[in-house]
Every structure is written in C-alpha cells, then in structure tokens.
Design a binder for this molecule. Structure first.
Ligand SMILES: CCCCCCCC(=O)SCCNC(=O)CCNC(=O)[C@H](O)C(C)(C)COP(=O)(O)OP(=O)(O)OC[C@H]1O[C@@H](n2cnc3c(N)ncnc32)[C@H](O)[C@@H]1OP(=O)(O)O
Length: 218
C-alpha cells in the first residue's frame, strides 16, 4: 500500500487504526450496556452497517498481514488481547519489569461472564498472552501447548487489573511460565493463577504453520 511507504504515513495509519479501535470499543461498551428503546437499536444497527461498509471494500486475505503491522518487530495492531486496533481487545498493556512481565487493563461489560465479573475464558485469554509475552521477553518464544488456570476469586469488571507473568523453567524446547491476575488496588490478593507450557517451534514446524504468511514478504 503506497500510502504508508514512508514512516510518517505508517505512523499516521497506526494512529488511525487505534482511533478506530477506540471508537469500536466504545461502541461495544455502549451496545452491551444499552437499555435504549428498541427503535433506537434498529436505527443504530442500520447506521453502523452503513459506516462500516467502506472498510470492507479493501480487505486483506487470510494469509496477508495488516499493512501497518510489523510481524517480526512484534507490532500486531489487531491482536485480540493487546491490539489497539482490535475492537475485541481490552486492550491489555504489557511492559517489562526485570524478569517479570506486568500487564494492566480494565474489563468492560463485553467481557462479562457471571453477572458483574469477567468470563473465565477471558481471564485465560489474558493470561495466555501474558505468559506468551514473558516467554518471548526471556528469549524463549514459543506456542502454547497447555494452559492451566486456577480461579480463586472472580475478576471484577470496571476495575483496574494488574497481571504478572514470568518464565519458571526452560527444558530444551519446552518452556514453563506462570502468571497471575489481581486488582491494581490489591495486587497481593491473587484472583486467578495460571501455569502454561510453551514449545519453541522447530524450523519445519514454523514453516508448516506460518510459511504461507511469511512467504508474503511482510
Ligand atoms: C507476544 C506473543 C504472545 C502470544 C501468546 C499467545 C500464544 C498462543 O496462544 S499460541 C496459539 C495456541 N497454540 C497453538 O495453536 C499450538 C498448537 N500446537 C501445535 O501446533 C503443536 O503442538 C506444536 C507445533 C506447538 C508442537 O508440536 P508437537 O508435535 O505437539 O510437539 P513436538 O515438537 O513433538 O514436541 C516438542 C516438545 O513439547 C512437549 N510437549 C508437547 N505438548 C506438551 C504438553 N501439552 N505439555 C508438556 N509438554 C508438551 C513434547 O513432549 C516435546 O518435549 P521434548 O522436546 O522434551 O521431547
């Protein structure tokens, strides 16, 4: 896409993608919390379909990465957990603190499972990302082959959360990582714990799984 061939265009596109993501996240929050009259729901649905139509006119295929992404550089704007452009992502923000990955996010109503608390699958998704990040950060990137989660207390919605993850062991290609979810206000009270097993791909596994994507030269 020539529009982003220079760095300035790329930054502008990434900012626009995140702006669209913010608008979509607000829309999802409003749509899941609304008690507006039925006629307003139908009017909103028609307007949203109309607004989204131009976006569908130029869409990438399954094996094409987003033009604003940098796969090898770790920029994934549509990652469903961390991607600023993903309507689905809270988004979770992760940074490194020594050998620990520390994440933060606040979950809205779209992530509700038990009333007023997060869906258990959402907690697992957040922790999978955290643990995967910790593996990559430690120089041992891999794919999740097993994720065990222990739900000790429900995770509240509309409450700033603090997540942690670290690598506990590396045995050849097998990496074990552990992680937690707590509230930012009370980080010592662990709500959810996870242990994940990650496997570093062999070159032939990487080629089999990602060859069609990497072959496109992005
Ligand atoms: C910043 C980025 C964050 C990203 C976070 C998100 C991470 C993800 O969600 S990844 C997506 C979900 N995961 C997947 O789709 C992976 C699906 N699984 C696979 O494709 C395959 O299992 C694959 C390719 C990873 C490994 O292939 P497979 O044939 O199973 O394993 P293989 O290569 O034979 O074995 C490797 C090692 O792993 C071990 N292993 C495999 N599965 C397990 C398991 N469940 N538990 C423990 N060890 C296991 C094997 O015993 C073997 O150990 P060793 O080398 O010591 O003998």
């Amino acid at each position: 896409m020539s529009e982003i061939e220079n760095g300035q265009g790329l930054q502008a596109r990434r900012a626009a993608i995140t702006d669209l993501g913010d608008a979509l996240r607000l829309l999802i929050e409003q749509a899941t919390a609304t008690e507006a009259p039925t006629a307003d729901l139908l009017r909103a649905a028609a307007l949203i379909r109309q607004a989204g139509a131009p976006l569908g006119e130029r869409a990438r295929g399954r094996f094409e990465t987003a033009s604003a992404d940098d796969l090898l550089g770790g920029v994934r704007l549509y990652n469903p957990v961390t991607g600023g452009g993903s309507a689905f992502a809270p988004p979770l923000e992760i940074h490194r603190d020594g050998d620990v990955a520390v994440g933060s996010c606040t979950l809205g109503r779209a992530f509700e499972g038990p009333p007023s608390f997060a869906h258990g699958g959402v907690s697992a998704m957040l922790l999978d990302q955290m643990l995967g990040y910790a593996c990559g950060m430690s120089g041992h990137p891999g794919m999740t082959v097993q994720l065990d989660t222990a739900y000790r207390q429900p995770v509240p919605l509309y409450t700033p959360l603090r997540l942690t993850a670290r690598v506990a062991a590396v045995d050849r290609r097998v990496i074990t990582a552990t992680g937690t979810i707590a509230t930012a206000e009370d980080p010592a009270s662990i709500l959810v714990r996870a242990t994940g097993t990650f496997v570093a791909l062999l070159p032939e596994q990487a080629q089999r799984l990602f060859g069609p994507v990497m072959g496109r030269g992005r």
